[in-house]
Design a protein around this ligand. Structure first.
Ligand code: HEC
Length: 147
């Protein structure tokens, strides 16, 4: 896309920035080692994500419609709250899992089966279920918490 050369993958927390609409800013972030206009979000493949989601996630988290905000496990569609979290937080949850807590069973860790690009592909698929303002909000959160 806009980057003059491929960049090595920066640390996980730095990888969620997408600056396709601001080439100079993207380059500046890249030079600081924390940009990823060519990173896993920018190159995410929602169709591959749909296959991965069907294989690993749908049995607990459900599909594109239905459910509500109080469901456990949470829905990833527009009725849920996944869109409240930044990309880096979601990547960490999927790869590392969540321990059980009161009233909540654990979220299994997928770090032994999926890598970060796989999770970004899954997120690209899930995003197709969200309303435009939910997608915009989640991009803003990602910019704030994953920079
Ligand atoms: C065995 C059931 C199970 C499977 C399979 C599973 N999850 Fe979860 N997941 C959970 C539970 C239960 C929680 C809620 C844990 C809590 O509230 O503490 C959760 C929470 C989450 C969360 C944080 C809540 C949110 O939506 O913001 C994300 C993100 C998530 N899962 C993504 C995934 C993805 C992606 C997959 C497939 C790769 C997946 N999960 C597979 C049970 C599952």
């Amino acid at each position: 896309m806009i980057d003059p050369m491929p960049a090595p993958l920066p640390p996980r927390r730095c990888r969620a920035r997408l600056r396709a609409s601001a080439p100079l800013l993207g380059l500046a972030i890249l030079l600081h080692g924390c940009g990823d206009a060519d990173g896993p979000r920018a190159t995410a493949d929602p169709e591959r994500g749909a296959e991965l989601y069907g294989a690993h996630c749908v049995s607990c988290h459900g599909g594109p419609v239905g459910g509500d905000i109080s469901d456990i496990p949470p829905r990833h569609n527009a009725e849920g709250h996944t869109w409240h979290h930044g990309d880096c937080e979601l990547v960490d949850i999927v790869l590392d899992g969540l321990p059980p807590r009161e009233g909540h069973p654990p979220m299994p860790a997928f770090g032994d089966r999926l890598d970060e690009q796989d999770v970004h592909d899954i997120l690209a698929h899930i995003r197709t279920w969200w309303e435009p303002d939910q997608r915009e909000h989640q991009q803003q959160v990602t910019d704030q918490v994953c920079g």
